[in-house]
Every structure is written in structure tokens, then in C-alpha cells.
Design a binder for this molecule. Structure first.
Ligand SMILES: *[C@@H]1O[C@H](CO)[C@@H](O)[C@H](O)[C@H]1NC(C)=O
Ligand SMILES: *[C@@H]1O[C@H](CO)[C@@H](O)[C@H](O)[C@H]1NC(C)=O
Length: 348
């Protein structure tokens, strides 16, 4: 059973107002670099490496007053009207010699089957009932980049799945962050890919576009998993569309145990040199005008054109050609001597 069917059933059970439609679309890679305009504005060579998708107005500093749609000349995401930026840490493979290599990534199969991604990930906006779309200048962070304690992560929000099928279009498992999914990154030679899911909070205080820790202006609702978020607490009463990131880290070429560290440590780590407990996602809103609100109000579905909201799907070759050169220039591919943390990356 496709998880969408499961999610739809859960939606129906929990919220009679659920529309049953959602946006789901591919984003190709914009850039991979040590830049983070949300947590470390103005800095090149931030503490850890990120993979970034979305509009090419992405920059080391991003003014919340700026209209990202006006400033972007292209976006690496499917809809021309979406010049938001979405980013996460990067997964590395560590071999037994202590060298690191960035794990290649792509999107994920799902209700539409395979989407086209050149690197990157898939993005979802899941409404349930009436939602209020994000406003210009809105940003938020899900997860904690320094967290080493898996018990502090809610498995229904941030999780990993061992994808035993070599093809991401062949579905493995049930709804996101359910079943045998784990907070930790699975270390199992049977995994051809490791699917990472990051589900963002869906409740807003209605006032602040951001907060000092990029989290306090939002809260998770009572729901669990990819069901739209459920009822909101009184402190954060405004219901937002539920954003979900889905990434497939392709570990097919890294599944030979003879190459793994001999001390038994997990060969897969995020770019903070911490495992799944530190998985996190960053979001900077950048849709054209009120197109996201219209998309939610008009039940725009998946990645199709949606004239009522003015959404147009770009050809795979168009969004995938939107690339940005690194501003923090260093090697991020091939074997590295060490994980790029403080020092510049050095090729092995
Ligand atoms: C990025 O920011 C720098 C200054 O911080 C500015 O000079 C440059 O024009 C910006 N680029 C874009 C594409 O906005
Ligand atoms: C995953 O990597 C393998 C080995 O390099 C490659 O053959 C396969 O096409 C990749 N799968 C995807 C979905 O990118």
C-alpha cells in the first residue's frame, strides 16, 4: 500500500475537514556548501556542510524584507513560483581508513512514482483543514544540529528508513516515520538507500516570522507523522501547511561491510559528525505573492499545474539547470581526508 493511501486514511480519521490533496514536488540541487543564512548569517565556511535547493537568491545573508521571487532568476524546484530555500545537513560515508565521502542523494518515489531530481530532494506541503500559508520573511528550523541524544527526537517527526529496494520508485514500508523507521541512521548492508524524512511544525504564534532559535515561533500540533499536523496549542494557534522533506541517500556503493570502520561505528554520519539524532532541516519561505495560500485554498495537488493558484510546473531540465556556484569554495565530492568542520576540506 502506498503511504499516501495510509496518510489519506489517517487524515480522514483525524480531521473531517481534510481536503486530501497536497503539494508534492521535486527539487534538484542548487548548491552544496558551508553556508547557512538562517543559523549563521553572513558566514562563509559555517560549522558544517549543507545541501541546498530552491531559488538562486540563496545567499550567505538573506534579508527577511527581500522578495525572494523578485530576486531569484531561477529555482531548482518544480514550481516556477516557489523560490523558497530548503536545506539540510549532508550525509557522509566514513570508510575504514577514516576518509569521508559525500553520499549521493535524490528524491523519492511516492504517489506520482518517480520524480526527476538531479541531487536534491522532494518537498511536500500537506494541508489539513484551513491553513494559513507562511508570509514573506518567514523561516524556521526543525531538529537540532548538535543533538547526540536520540531519545530527544520525536520519531514521528524526523526519521530514517532502510530502503531495501534499489529503486526509489518501488515503495518500501508504510507511512513516513512509522513502522520500523528509526531516529538513528540505519547501518545495514541490506539498505540500498536510506530515506530521511523531516516533518516541520504546523502551528504558528501568528506574530513572529522567526525567533532567536528559529523554533520558538512555531510548535508541533497534536498529530503525528505526515497527517497535516493535528490541532494546535493555544500558544501557537495558527495552523500552517505541513512541510515535509524527503531525501534518499543512495548508499548502494557503500554497502560492502569490508569497507566499513573496523571499530563497529556507524559508517553513515551527518556533516556535524553526528548521527540521526542531529538531523535537521531549514526553511526560508519564498513563494511568489500569495500563491502558496491560493494553492492550499484551491486544493492544488502534487506537482501539476494549478491555474487557480497561478502555479506552473517547469520542465525537469529547466529546474534542474538552476545551479549556484559555491560562495564557500571547497571540495565536497570524492574522498576527503577529514569531515569539513572547522578546516577547509582536504582531498584524500
Ligand atoms: C549575496 O550577498 C552579497 C553580500 O552579502 C551581495 O553582494 C550579493 O549581491 C548577493 N547575491 C545575491 C544573488 O543576492
Ligand atoms: C544509486 O547508486 C547506484 C550505484 O552508483 C546507481 O546505479 C543507481 O542508479 C543510483 N540510484 C539512484 C536512484 O540514483
Amino acid at each position: 500500500m502506498q503511504w499516501a493511501t495510509l496518510a489519506a486514511a489517517a487524515l480522514f480519521a483525524q480531521n473531517v475537514a481534510a481536503q486530501g490533496s497536497m503539494l508534492r514536488f521535486a527539487c534538484s540541487q542548487l548548491v552544496v556548501e558551508r553556508v547557512d543564512p538562517l543559523v549563521n548569517p553572513g558566514m562563509k565556511f559555517t560549522p558544517h556542510l549543507h545541501q541546498i535547493v530552491g531559488g538562486n537568491a540563496f545567499n550567505i545573508t538573506m534579508d527577511p524584507e527581500a522578495d525572494l521571487f523578485a530576486k531569484s532568476s531561477c529555482t531548482s524546484c518544480s514550481f516556477k513560483q516557489d523560490t523558497s530555500n530548503y536545506w539540510t545537513a549532508v550525509m557522509f560515508f566514513k570508510n575504514k581508513a577514516g576518509q569521508y565521502k559525500r553520499v549521493p542523494q535524490t528524491g523519492n518515489g511516492g504517489p506520482q512514482g518517480k520524480l526527476f531530481n538531479d541531487g536534491g530532494l522532494d518537498i511536500y506541503y500537506i494541508p489539513s483543514g484551513k491553513t494559513t500559508a507562511f508570509k514573506k520573511g518567514f523561516r524556521m528550523l526543525a531538529g537540532a544540529a548538535g543533538n547526540t541524544d536520540s531519545s530527544k527526537v520525536k520519531l514521528s517527526n524526523i526519521c530514517h528508513r532502510c530502503w531495501t529496494s534499489p529503486n526509489e520508485g518501488t515503495f518500501v514500508g508504510g507511512a513516513p516515520c512509522s513502522g520500523t523507521d528509526t531516529v538513528a541512521i540505519p547501518a545495514d548492508t541490506k539498505c540500498k538507500m536510506i530515506r530521511q524524512t523531516i516533518i516541520f511544525p504546523t502551528c504558528w504564534d501568528g506574530k513572529n516570522l522567526d525567533s532567536p532559535n528559529h523554533q520558538d515561533h512555531v510548535a508541533y500540533g497534536q498529530g503525528s507523522g505526515a497527517n497535516g499536523g493535528g490541532a494546535c496549542p493555544s500558544t501557537h494557534p495558527v495552523k500552517l501547511p505541513q512541510i515535509m522533506y524527503e531525501l534518499m541517500w543512495n548508499v548502494t556503493d557503500m554497502s560492502n561491510k569490508a569497507d566499513w570502520p573496523t571499530d563497529g561505528s556507524n559508517p553513515f554520519v551527518y556533516s556535524m559528525n553526528i548521527g540521526g539524532s542531529a538531523a535537521h532541516g531549514d526553511y526560508v519561505f519564498g513563494w511568489k505573492d500569495n500563491s502558496l495560500q491560493l494553492a492550499m485554498d484551491n486544493n492544488c495537488n502534487l506537482n501539476g499545474d494549478c491555474p487557480k493558484a497561478g502555479l506552473t510546473k517547469q520542465a525537469d531540465s529547466v529546474y534542474s539547470a538552476c545551479k549556484k556556484p559555491q560562495q564557500a569554495v571547497e571540495s565536497v565530492d570524492g574522498w576527503l581526508k577529514a569531515m569539513p568542520l572547522g578546516e577547509m576540506a582536504i582531498k584524500a
